[in-house]
Design a protein around this ligand. Structure first.
Ligand SMILES: [Zn+2]
Length: 368
């Protein structure tokens, strides 16, 4: 089943890709596809001039009683408007009706909900202001909301109907907690749980077990990364890094925290873990066969043209592919580990000099 991630103009493509990469770092049958499609403000004029980029400004206006009409009403979008964008995309690209379309937006919605889905597998998710509730990269709660809405849709549960035994107004640490008080969202992110009542409903609806497992694994992945942020905030010394038999990159001493990378980034990362002396960009081509073999293993594909092209692109010193991938990879590591720990795990170096990962050799354990 495919899940298309689309966006309103003010939400950056880069952020959308980060959310998508995170979701795709878990195995399963749901395939997340990032779209760079830009909606035209001419065609959808509600996307245009009423959007205020400065949220602090909006808040002040909201609480300023001297204003007769709060400006905020103008920049909120209705459900119809948000879902109309999903439908437009669905029609334009002939997306199958079983596939999901998830709209990511910084725009407020009239109900001030984190997210919502309609009966035709369209979803919108608010990507702004998460820092008011939780001090982590917004990709974690947003990724959670993606799965929550897919599951609710497959369960035929809607938060519009009250009371419902499947939408919990009193939080119990389940995916279907309503979170009327928005801070309650932290509880379900931290429990990564689906309660017994909802689990029974999932069985009743005969939802593909692979999708349920994938959802639970993503919830668990989010939980672990949030926990790491709380528990190991003061970690300043590097710890050992293991590539296990399943080719996961794990930090065993930090509760087995996983560095989740897509196959190409993982290829580059493991390559540098194996070459601790460092490799210059213009020397990478000499290691082409090694990189190819590694990428084939990690991507699970055989003799595939795309694989050859991607590696050729990566080792080409001209064109910036390497430095672009290196900086994205480094950003994932920095977002995950934070400073000062991240500096030991990034691939670093000056142009023209060898690039390397600065972890002592005795802390590297490659087991496959
Ligand atoms: Zn529940």
């Amino acid at each position: 089943m495919k899940v298309y991630l689309i966006k309103t103009p003010e939400y950056q493509t880069e952020n959308l890709i980060e959310v998508c990469d995170f979701l795709n770092s878990f195995d399963g049958t749901l395939e997340f596809i990032p779209s760079t499609y830009e909606f035209s403000e001419g065609e959808f004029n509600f996307l245009g001039n009423t959007y205020l980029k400065n949220f602090e400004g909006v808040k002040k206006v909201l609480y300023d009683n001297t204003m007769e009409t709060p400006l905020s009403w103008e920049q909120q979008l209705s459900w119809e408007q948000l879902f109309s964008l999903c439908n437009h995309y669905r029609n334009l690209f002939k997306v199958e009706k079983n596939d999901f379309i998830v709209l990511l937006t910084l725009r407020n919605n009239v109900t001030n909900w984190f997210s919502h889905n309609d009966s035709t597998r369209n979803v919108f998710i608010q990507t702004a202001n998460w820092e008011n509730y939780i001090q982590v990269h917004h990709k974690y709660p947003v990724a959670y909301e993606v799965l929550e809405n897919i599951m609710q849709s497959l369960m035929h549960v809607t938060s519009e109907v009250f009371p419902s035994q499947y939408i919990h107004q009193k939080p119990r640490g389940c995916m279907n907690d309503f979170c009327e008080d928005k801070e309650q969202i932290i509880l379900k992110l931290q429990t990564a749980n689906i309660c017994v009542v909802c689990a029974e409903k999932i069985q009743e609806e005969n939802i593909d077990q692979k999708i349920v497992n994938q959802t639970l694994e993503i919830f668990e992945g989010i939980r672990k990364e949030l926990l790491f942020k709380q528990k190991f905030r003061k970690q300043v010394e590097p710890v050992s890094i293991t590539i296990n038999e399943s080719r996961q990159i794990i930090l065993p001493q930090l509760d087995n925290l996983e560095i989740r990378l897509n196959p190409l980034f993982k290829t580059l990362y493991i390559f540098y873990l194996k070459h601790t002396g460092g490799v210059k960009l213009n020397e990478l081509n000499d290691f082409r066969e090694e990189l190819l073999a590694l990428y084939k293993k990690l991507s699970g594909a055989d003799n595939n043209n795309t694989i050859e092209v991607r590696i050729a692109d990566l080792v080409n010193p001209i064109g910036g592919s390497f430095s672009q991938k290196k900086s994205k990879l480094n950003k994932i590591i920095t977002d995950l580990l934070g400073e000062p720990l991240a500096k030991f795990y990034r691939i670093e170096g000056e142009p023209g000099e060898p690039f390397k990962i600065n972890i002592p050799n005795n802390l590297i354990d490659i087991r496959y």
